[in-house]
Design a binder for this molecule. Structure first.
Ligand code: GCB
Length: 634
């Protein structure tokens, strides 16, 4: 018999736990975006991608006068004035810009491709375009920009409509009442400059690609609309749905979710916050999504006045001891890392669906892969949808990279918003199995606290995926043997351990010693090699010796590292660095690099290097030997 006080404590605790569970069901945080707009591209409205005029503004003259006061009339580039007409009327007026007659570029795409002078430009850029529209009474209107790098200010018909920080996640601004009948003007000021408080910080190992790099859309929805629908398979075999209605009449709405192919319908009524949580046992005939069978179902969410379509795959992902289980079966992740940068000699981060398909096809069909690490920031929604369709498992991450200002509350808020925007946008993607909160960050108490906050946000927003971070290791020498220790304190908070390891490329370890490194199994958790790699200039062969930057060196590095990996009993996957050579201003060897990080297995134009074949052969062997799906449960 428990003493009364202990019973009381357990009752209070149990009640608290129930409340906690109920709160977890709210599926939103303070850092969640006000408007999610699930499957935004399927919504009515107007795609505003295409021709925009641009005006470079390195001194931010359009925002501020030279004594720090507000910009004067002839400088306000957000003002939709027709400068030519205005100066005809008042010939004495002085304008030192003219957005209507400025040069034109096609958006989305970074300004690096507008003109060669902008190749290394960092600063403010103004973009403008006009569009014709007829807003309908009772409808609501939103401007959505899928990505503007790094901060953006949006003006509609001269009125400031909203701003956003973060170069890789979407933002949706309510412009109901600002859209006019007939001609409209939209002007966006995009500033690529990052400070030490930004995420990522100013120094990275990739090209910044300032500008508007993903689609721009004017969205039209009913006054009360379905803002978000997250539909998934839970680990206990239910189909669960969380829906959020936005609008004055959001409470008490009858909501229906149908998966016609499964003859499944769920119904509920939204609460006072416009939210509804539904769940039902998954039908027996449900075909689970996997790389081998990337089955997607049409899902229709409806209310009396709105209807939202999605394509969703259902699968489970979990960890059991040192295994990663996809649909209950142990899986080995045969992956590669990839930046959001299209093939070609002058990429501009204009990642169309066909550019993404070309790269993902090299992974799936060229390398025999089943996994991609989308580094080092959220990639475009269309790439994720493609991964769903093609059957590639995905690691998704936020650019909490290298040296973040761990003590800054603002930086933490920025990172929290980013991860929330990413998760809200992508929670319906079966392909994503891992959310990563950081890459190669230096251990400190402040950093640990920062990352633990992100981890608990991720757990609150998504209880169906696994959490990881790309960590660094500590190496020791014992009796002539190199031991790699994974002793970052963050390991306690991660579901899957991940490390970047570059022995044989960075440091002075000879190549033929790499295969012999030992990896003690100290955590009882699965490990992924989130990076390893060596650089080679495609076509560079030195007949005399195996040397850095030659294809032979890179290939031998892969052989050695893959050999090493085969001895690690708790290794469950890898995403070597990297699929394709990518732009990086840090890399300036005049012969081999010239602004490119050459660790790609493909050159910038897609030419396969020798190491590509080494990894492809390894993955083919793993696939054939069934290591891809080693049954450990049922
Ligand atoms: C890393 C970083 C990655 C770099 C890579 C390299 O560890 O995570 O962003 O590009 O190394 O090439 O050194």
């Amino acid at each position: 018999m428990l003493p009364a006080i202990i019973r009381l404590i357990s009752v209070v605790w149990a009640t608290f736990a129930l409340i906690q569970a109920a709160e977890a069901q709210t599926f939103r945080l303070d850092s969640s975006p006000d408007v999610v707009m699930t499957n935004a591209s399927s919504r009515d409205g107007l795609n505003l991608s295409g021709g925009w005029t641009w005006s470079v503004d390195p001194y931010r003259d359009g925002l501020q006068g030279f004594h720090g006061t507000a910009a004067g009339k002839g400088h306000q580039r957000f003002d939709p004035v027709d400068v030519d007409e205005a100066t005809r009327k008042n010939p004495g007026d002085l304008y030192e810009y003219d957005m209507r007659r400025a040069d034109k570029a096609t958006l989305p795409g970074s300004w690096v491709s507008h003109t060669p002078e902008l190749r290394y430009y960092q600063g403010l850029m103004w973009y403008a375009r006009d569009f014709h529209y007829s807003p309908k009474p009772g409808k609501r209107y939103f401007l959505r920009i899928e990505a503007a790098n790094y901060t953006a200010r949006v003006y509609l018909n001269g009125t400031f409509a909203g701003a956003h920080e973060g170069g890789f996640t979407p933002f949706t601004i309510d412009v109901t009442g600002l859209v006019l009948e007939g001609e409209n003007s939209i002007i966006v000021g995009v500033d690529s400059v990052r400070t030490d408080q930004s995420v990522p910080p100013p120094v990275t190992d990739w090209e910044t690609y300032g500008g508007i790099t993903r689609d721009i859309q004017l969205i039209e929805v009913p006054g009360t609309f379905i803002d978000e629908a997250w539909v998934r398979l839970t680990r206990d075999g239910n189909i669960a749905a969380s829906v959020r209605i936005n609008g004055n009449a959001c409470a008490g709405q009858a909501v229906e979710i149908a998966v016609p192919e499964l003859e499944l319908t769920m119904r509920g009524t939204s609460d006072e916050r416009g939210q509804v949580e539904l769940r039902t046992t998954a039908p027996h005939k449900l075909a689970k999504w996997s790389p081998e069978n990337p089955k997607l179902y049409d899902v229709v969410v409806s209310t009396a006045v709105d209807r939202l379509h999605e394509r969703i795959g259902f699968r489970t992902i979990e960890v059991k001891d040192e295994d990663i289980l996809l649909n209950g079966k142990s899986i080995f992740l045969r992956g590669i890392s990839m930046h959001e940068e299209e093939l070609g000699t002058s990429p501009a981060r204009a990642m169309s669906e066909s550019s993404a398909r070309a790269l993902l096809s090299e992974i799936k069909y060229g390398l025999h892969g089943n996994f991609v690490r989308l580094a080092h920031y959220p990639h475009s929604e269309s790439t994720l949808r493609l991964a769903d369709e093609m059957g590639l498992l995905v690691w998704s991450e936020v650019p909490v990279y290298w040296l973040i200002d761990w003590d800054s509350g603002e930086t933490l808020d920025t990172a929290r918003s980013m991860i929330a925007e990413n998760i809200h946008r992508d929670r319906n993607r079966a392909s994503i199995i891992l959310w990563s909160v950081a890459n190669e960050t230096p251990v400190s108490d402040a950093r640990n606290r920062f990352l633990q906050t992100l981890i608990s946000d991720v757990r609150a927003l998504d209880d169906t995926r696994l959490i990881t971070a790309a960590l660094l290791t500590r190496q020791t020498e014992e009796n002539g043997q190199t031991i790699a220790h994974i002793d970052d304190p963050l390991t306690d908070f991660l579901d899957v351990l991940a490390v970047n390891t570059y022995n044989g490329w960075y440091g002075d370890m000879p190549l033929d010693a790499v295969h012999d490194i030992k990896w003690p199994d100290d955590h009882g958790k699965p490990l992924i090699f989130s990076e390893f790699g060596a650089a080679a200039l495609a076509g560079f062969h030195d007949p005399e010796l195996i040397r850095k930057f030659s294809e032979e060196y890179q290939a031998e590095y892969y052989r050695q590292t893959l050999d090493m990996s085969s001895n690690i009993t708790f290794l469950r996957g890898m995403s070597p660095w990297i699929l394709k050579d990518f732009r990086s201003p840090r890399r300036q060897h005049p012969i081999y690099q010239r602004g490119w990080n050459r660790k790609g297995l493909l050159s910038e134009t897609g030419r396969r290097k020798e190491a590509f074949n080494v990894l492809a052969a390894h993955y083919k062997m793993l696939e054939a030997s069934g290591i891809a799906h080693r049954a450990t449960t049922d």
